[in-house]
Design a protein around this ligand. Sequence first.
Ligand SMILES: CC(C)(COP(=O)(O)OP(=O)(O)OC[C@H]1O[C@@H](n2cnc3c(N)ncnc32)[C@H](O)[C@@H]1OP(=O)(O)O)[C@@H](O)C(=O)NCCC(=O)NCCS
Length: 184
Amino acid sequence: MIENKELVLLRPSKDLENKIMEYRQEFMQYNKNKNNINGSCSLHRFDSFDEWLDRVNICAADENLSTYKTITSTFIAVRKSDNKIVGTIQLRHTLTKELRDDGGNIGYAIRPSERRKGYATQMLSLVLEFCKELGLDKVLLDCDETNIASEKTMIKCGAIFDRNQDIPLPDGGVETVHQYWIYL
Ligand SMILES: CC(C)(COP(=O)(O)OP(=O)(O)OC[C@H]1O[C@@H](n2cnc3c(N)ncnc32)[C@H](O)[C@@H]1OP(=O)(O)O)[C@@H](O)C(=O)NCCC(=O)NCCS
């Protein structure tokens, strides 16, 4: 069990369906134009829970069928005091060339109503323990240059700045991401 005093990280399962879909709904209502749910295996794209759960399980089991071409573990962070889902976090077990340039090993989100309570920091720390158990010696994380909350979360978990990376956008523009390593 990956847990601390306050949170437990669980693999998605059918018995969490109602709570997971309610979590998804909160993101949909929060920002209708940009409702990406980081670290969730693209939960925002799935109206069907069962189809999403299949996708999560495929990505965790088969690197060839996985979105990122590496085994991908998705976790739901549940607050122990009331069993509320507070966030999602995903580990991409190996760094492909594509992930080295954009995305890194780990993605995460905290539901809008539970932000700024330290949960992202706790959730990332818990996944880093899982990374150590897997035998990883370092993980790459990145964030958009404007994402101060995510950058602070990484730094609080020991991240060390590596470089800036320019990502071409579909509209012809460029977005700069800050890349960090966490040594385990
Ligand atoms: C990034 C995110 C996960 C942070 O979650 P969180 O639970 O609010 O983060 P924490 O409470 O653990 O805070 C971590 C640090 O960031 C700071 N922080 C959090 N939100 C902030 C904000 N909006 N502006 C400035 N600092 C912020 C906190 O104050 C804390 O730093 P401190 O201890 O030095 O004060 C959350 O904002 C989120 O889900 N954003 C959308 C998804 C996303 O951007 N994911 C990351 C993609 S790279």
